[in-house]
Every structure is written in C-alpha cells, then in structure tokens.
Design a protein around this ligand. Structure first.
Ligand SMILES: Cc1cc2nc3c(=O)[nH]c(=O)nc-3n(C[C@H](O)[C@H](O)[C@H](O)COP(=O)(O)O)c2cc1C
Length: 382
C-alpha cells in the first residue's frame, strides 16, 4: 500500500483499483465540468487569519449540527452505489463512521438496505431520499426509515432532470442495464476489484428487491430507480413530505438565498448548500461562494450545512468560518472506500481531523466553536 498523505492520494489509488467506468462515474461532473472545477478553485478566493502566541493546547473539534453535538465538524454525505466501489461498501462506510463518531447518510441508491445497516452496524445513520414518481413507493421508503429509527431524512432536490456527465456517455454507463461485453472487458482489467466483487455474491439493491417492477440485479434495478425519479417535483411535494415525516427533515441541493429562505419557511429543519458535487447544473456557482449570502439571509440560528469539493481540513475550516454549521464529504470518502475499504474511510476521517486541528491551532483558535463565533474575523476575502 502506498503512503497516504492526503485525501487526493485516495483518488489516485481508487483510479488504480476501480474499472474505468466506475472511477469516471464517481470522478466526473456535468458537461464542461466548470462547476466541478469551481467547487475546488473558489476555495482560493479566501484567506485564513494567522494569529500567534494565543493558545497552549490543541483545539477542540466538537461541533453542533443537525440538532446534535458531534466529535468532528464534518460527516459522510449520501453517495450512491458504495457497494460497487468496495464489497459491502455501505457496511464498511457505516462501520468507519461509527468508529470515528461521525454521522453517515445512506443514499436511496444503495446496495444494502437501511434496515440492514442500522441492525448490523448502528451509529448515527441518516437517510437520503430521492422522490420516486410513485408516492406509495416513497411511503414504503419512509416506513422503512421509520422502522429503522432514523431521525434525520434528507430530500435531494437538485436533480429535477439528470444532467449529462460526458465521461459516463463515452463509457456507456448511462445505458447499462445488464452486463455486456464492454463492461466485462473493463472489469477484468481490474482483477483485485473483480475478486472482491465476486466475494459479494449477487449484487442487488436490497430496498427494491421485493418489487418485481424494478427487475433483477444491480444494473437493472439501478437503471429503473433512476428512470423513476420524479422530475416534476415542486415545493408542493416538499410540503407533502413535511406532513408525512415528523422527524428532522433536511433539504439537500440549495444554492440560492431565496430557495434557502423558502426551505426554512416551509419547515425544513436544515438545508445543505450543494450543487451535487458539480454533477448537475453546469456553470452554477461553487457552494463556498454561495455560503456567505445564504447564511446572512437565513440568520444565525438556522442550521446550514454545505458540501462540494472538500478535500482539505483547511477548506472545512474556511466553510465553518464563513457560516456553515458542518460539512459533508462526498468523493473524498468514496475514493478512500474504493482504495482501502473500511480502513480507508477511517484514514480519510483521521487525515481531515488532523488537518483541521493543525489549521485551527495555527489560527490561534481554541475550538471550532470559537472559529464559528469569530466568523469573518478568521476568514477574509483574498
Ligand atoms: C458518485 C456519486 C454519487 C452520488 N450519489 C448521490 C446520491 O445518491 N444522493 C445524493 O443526494 N447525492 C449524491 N451525490 C452527491 C453528494 O451527496 C455530494 O453532494 C457531492 O458528492 C459533494 O461533492 P464532492 O464529491 O466534491 O465532495 C453523489 C455524488 C457522487 C460523486
């Protein structure tokens, strides 16, 4: 195993281990990939304030977000098909998250069901919902979440149509419904991954395996699930969900102040500023650029989370200083999982928490709380 110095090293290892079609699926963004790039390059528009000779001890990282206190200011966000990047990927991720004390949000597009993850692993598990056109199927997912005693549900709303990721088009990813010769040839070029997957047995989306209309096997089920997303979703559907789901409800995919305010007014308990990791609206703003204005609009007390491009502790510190309550990781941990399974996800969490500690200490800050209360004194436009 090569030495891992930072999160980007996991990306290199994942590229080495995964069939190209799956690596590109994780890595890519929509159309020109401008928003994907902006999510990274816009961090450079800010500078962190260095202050010296202030604190002796290492800073405290405990942070409050989504109505609870967590040991670290970040969590693992919803990423589809983790079980394809590593055998039992969802279970490994949940175990690493539990061990490190960070929440993990399971995607609708998961191989393992919510019930299995909660029963076999536990910890702080959240669930991300994509609205299916068939509301009775949505009700079934809500019931499963309720039975698994999930207290935080995310509704993802930035997918009113599935955008085009051109790498996926070239690789034939979008058209995949069953194993074909192109996929077979791509897979056998990565024997380590193939052996790992063979040990999984037959792959399927457990949440829909009792529904014959989704077909059989992971490829067909995934394709049916995507094709059934409700592309006509409006605020009325959000109101419907708000009535059905009495526990915490988070709206994921907010990028403008008006939408943030509307989410708050209609009873969302929190929002996630997100552009789906640059995979949806190309030429949209980066999330870090959208954060200050959104925070100003919704006020100090409302819970505002953010994701998009976070690969460094310093970037997480920046977002917390600019008004985020907490940060969600996407590709950062997905690559670590692909590279090194459960241990990879643990390492990714360790690397980021170490980077956050060092950054806060060099900024002369005692804690994440102090950073959040000083806010813009600590993070200034460059
Ligand atoms: C491979 C992949 C699959 C994803 N699947 C989902 C999903 O099922 N549900 C969802 O709400 N967001 C999904 N996302 C978006 C992430 O939750 C998150 O918004 C994004 O990855 C953050 O950007 P980052 O990857 O640069 O950290 C996915 C992202 C990637 C890269």
């Amino acid at each position: 195993m090569n030495t891992i110095a930072n999160i980007d090293d996991f990306r290199k290892l994942a590229k080495h281990r995964l069939p190209k079609i799956f690596f590109d699926y994780i890595d890519g963004g929509s159309f020109s990939e401008t928003t994907l790039l902006r999510n990274h390059s816009d961090f450079q528009k800010w500078k962190l304030t260095q202050r010296v000779l202030r604190i002796k001890e290492m800073p405290r990282l405990d942070t409050e977000f989504l109505g609870a206190t967590h040991g670290l200011p970040f969590m693992l966000g919803p990423v589809g098909f983790l079980g394809l990047y590593h055998r039992n990927g969802e279970v490994h991720t949940a175990k690493a998250a539990k061990k490190k004390g960070v929440p993990f949000c399971l995607s609708t597009f998961s191989l393992k069901s919510l019930g299995v993850i909660c029963r076999e692993v536990g910890g702080s598990i959240h669930f991300q919902l994509y609205m299916d056109r068939n509301k009775s199927f949505v009700e079934h997912l809500l019931q499963a979440a309720f039975e698994a005693e999930i207290d935080t549900l995310y509704l993802t709303v930035d997918t009113s149509v599935t955008s085009v990721r051109e790498k996926d088009v070239r690789n034939g990813f979008r058209a995949l419904t069953k194993l074909n010769i192109k996929l077979f040839l791509a897979m056998i070029q990565k024997p380590g991954w193939c052996l790992d997957m063979l040990r999984s047995g037959s792959l399927r989306v457990e949440a829909v395996s009792n529904y014959p209309e989704f077909g059989k096997g992971i490829l067909e089920q995934a394709s049916k699930l995507s094709s059934r997303l409700d592309h006509s979703l409006t605020w009325e559907d959000f109101k419907w969900l708000r009535k059905k789901w009495k526990k915490k409800l988070v709206l994921k995919g907010i990028l403008s102040s008006n939408d943030a305010l509307k989410a708050k007014d209609l009873g969302a308990d929190a929002i996630i500023i997100s552009n789906h990791g640059g995979r949806q609206l190309d030429y949209a703003t980066s999330t870090i650029a959208a954060l200050p204005e959104i925070r100003k609009t919704v006020g100090k007390e409302y819970c505002v989370m953010i994701d998009g491009g976070f690969r460094r502790g310093s970037e997480i510190v920046m977002a917390l200083g600019l008004g985020a309550d907490g940060v969600l990781l996407g590709r950062g941990y997905a690559f670590a999982l692909a590279a090194n399974g459960e241990r990879g996800v643990e390492q990714a969490i360790e690397i980021l928490s170490n980077e956050i500690s060092i950054t806060l200490k060099l900024m002369g800050l005692r804690s994440v709380k102090e950073l959040q209360s000083l806010g813009r004194e600590c993070v200034k436009a460059y």
